[in-house]
Design a binder for this molecule. Structure first.
Ligand SMILES: Cc1cc2nc3c(=O)[nH]c(=O)nc-3n(C[C@H](O)[C@H](O)[C@H](O)COP(=O)(O)OP(=O)(O)OC[C@H]3O[C@@H](n4cnc5c(N)ncnc54)[C@H](O)[C@@H]3O)c2cc1C
Length: 323
């Protein structure tokens, strides 16, 4: 079979850590399928990102450095990736499941006439025909699927593939030889980045997440901010909290929010609905604080505290302050 092409994810010319999970997947798939993997870096002035990603064992890092790719526009980028896959003889294309991966990969699959496996959690088997595990129905069922088309596209769950480690050595970096064409259908208008001093939700070591039990803005901020400050944590929220306008949409954890697997997840005053669990149950250690001992969050928690969060969290912070 042909090689695997990993699409690197970058932000402001820098490689995003999320890319390393799809590289780990590609390395495993390449070993099992008897192929190699290459990495595609797209954008404008992407030399630094290409140099960085060259440390992870790709046969070649292909760059498409083009002013037309300065800003991400799904259709334009997908065309470039599909052309690059054709040009480099790639049968498989992969990226990490993220807002970027979710947006671009189905378009690439359509262009390549390829089957797609979303949210790959594991590769099943050691040689072709390989199968892939993926969550279905909010993670309550793990499906095993096989791709029947000659080409395939994968989005890779970052929470299930540990970041690739540097492979020793440096991959050659080569211009991809494809150009970006603007079909004129979509125009880039602007990007409103959320500026936060806290770590990014999907990359944080510790996530503290608050639920509807925190009642209002004062309750949510008053409990979550000091807790997050103490741990240097990212703040997450349930959909109920987001719908109530207490936290922005990009902090939602769950089936229709972000999927996270930090070393420590502290769930405060949230019930643990299946749609929420779908986004955090792979966390390494889960601590739950809820005043209802029957709350489903306790079924996935490693440590549970049945208590009123408005009393327990300040008491905890007071204790740690005293050392
Ligand atoms: C298609 C679909 C997709 C969805 N996607 C998501 C998703 O991505 N993410 C998500 O989170 N939800 C999602 N939901 C919503 C989900 O079903 C739940 O409604 C939501 O997660 C509940 O949020 P909550 O736990 O904050 O609120 P509740 O379920 O109301 O729970 C509040 C909890 O706080 C506790 N509590 C109250 N006061 C206190 C206190 N003082 N101290 C301690 N504990 C207290 C209560 O005992 C209760 O357990 C989705 C739903 C659907 C239908």
């Amino acid at each position: 079979m042909g090689d695997i092409l990993v699409i690197a994810e970058t932000y402001e010319g820098k490689l995003k850590k999320a890319t390393l999970s799809s590289i780990a997947f590609a390395g495993e798939l390449a070993a099992k399928a008897g192929a190699g993997f290459n990495v595609a870096v797209l954008g404008k002035d992407i030399g630094d990102a290409a140099n960085e990603v060259a440390a992870y064992g790709a046969k070649t890092v292909y760059t498409v450095d083009d002013p037309a790719l300065e800003n991400y526009v799904a259709g334009t980028w997908a065309r470039v990736v599909a052309d690059l896959a054709d040009q480099t003889g790639a049968d498989y294309v992969a990226a990490t499941t993220s807002t970027f991966g979710r947006d671009i990969l189905p378009r690439v699959a359509a262009r390549l006439n390829a089957g797609m496996v979303s949210d790959v959690q594991a590769i099943v088997g050691d040689a072709a025909p390989l199968k892939y595990k993926r969550p279905m129905w909010a993670g309550n069922v793990i499906g095993t699927v096989e791709v029947k088309t000659a080409k395939a596209v994968f989005s890779v769950r970052g929470t299930d593939f540990d970041a690739a480690a540097p492979a020793g050595g440096t991959s050659p970096i080569q211009a991809g030889g494809v150009t970006a064409t603007d079909d004129g259908k979509v125009r880039y208008a602007g990007f409103a980045a959320t500026i936060s001093a806290r770590p990014e939700l999907t990359e944080a070591d510790v996530v503290v997440a608050g639920g509807r039990g925190l009642k209002d803005q004062e309750g949510f901020d008053g409990i979550m901010n000091p807790l997050a400050d103490h741990f240097g944590a990212a703040i997450g929220a349930t959909r109920a909290v987001v719908d109530a306008g207490l936290a922005p949409n990009d902090l939602q954890v769950g089936q229709t929010g972000k999927v996270v697997a930090p070393n420590l997840y502290i769930a405060v005053a949230l019930s643990g609905a299946i749609q929420h669990l779908a986004g955090m149950k792979n966390s390494k250690v889960i601590v739950a604080i809820n005043k209802d001992e029957e709350a489903p969050i306790f079924s996935v928690a490693d440590y549970g505290l049945v208590a009123d969060a408005f009393k327990a969290v300040p008491a905890f912070l007071e204790l740690v302050k005293k050392g």
